[in-house]
Design a protein around this ligand. Structure first.
Ligand SMILES: Cc1cc2nc3c(=O)[nH]c(=O)nc-3n(C[C@H](O)[C@H](O)[C@H](O)COP(=O)(O)O)c2cc1C
Length: 177
């Protein structure tokens, strides 16, 4: 099973991306977590452009979503909101069919980030994704390193993430059965 992981941060040493990198290591046998790396190069969403011809970057994002069995999102909160670059990516996905019914989990890297997490869940609900029950969790503390190694070394972070990923895999398996 292939799972697409989208980080809402463009920072090189992002704690959000670190969560997704850790999930790559925590994935059960037969499951791969693939990091989406096109967020920074997506053009700004414009319905006029979408109507005429989908930009290749947006088409590639839709294809990545379509080819994966589930999507994981991990994002920081900026000024009590979802980072513009992540919301931009979601806006490019709204007009396609790829996210409809797709199993999605939102992993919140910080207990302080309550607004962005709630906004993401609301946007995704509006996009008719299949939010995976119990998998959209908030971590006990924000990971410190950018490579996910501290997450793997700390059961308080790694265990709930491993469990959330299992929920996603089982949910996606049931959906495709
Ligand atoms: C412009 C800006 C606004 C921020 N606003 C919030 C906020 O509203 N709530 C919050 O919990 N953290 C806020 N933060 C802190 C970031 O969420 C934090 O730096 C986080 O580590 C960034 O995520 P990353 O490590 O994945 O890049 C803000 C940071 C920046 C730079």
């Amino acid at each position: 099973m292939r799972i697409l992981a989208i980080s809402g941060s463009l920072r090189a040493k992002s704690s959000s991306t670190a969560v997704l990198l850790a999930l790559q290591s925590l994935a059960p046998a037969g499951t791969s977590v693939e990091l989406y790396e096109g967020l920074a190069t997506l053009p700004h969403f414009n319905p006029d452009v979408e109507e005429v011809s989908l930009p290749p970057e947006a088409a590639a994002l839709r294809a990545r979503v379509e080819s994966c069995s589930a999507v994981l999102i991990c994002s920081p909160e900026y000024a009590h909101g979802v980072p513009g670059s992540l919301k931009n990516a979601l806006d490019w996905l709204v007009g396609g069919h790829e996210m409809v019914g797709k199993p999605v989990a939102v992993l919140n890297p910080s207990a302080h980030s309550t607004f962005a997490h709630a906004q993401l869940l609301e946007t995704l609900k509006t996009m008719s994704v299949a939010l995976v029950p119990y998998a959209s969790i908030t971590l006990a503390r924000r990971p410190a390193s950018g490579d996910g190694r501290d997450i793997l070394a700390d059961p308080a972070l790694a265990d709930p993430l491993r469990e959330a990923l299992l929920y996603v895999v089982q949910f996606a398996e049931r959906l495709s059965a």
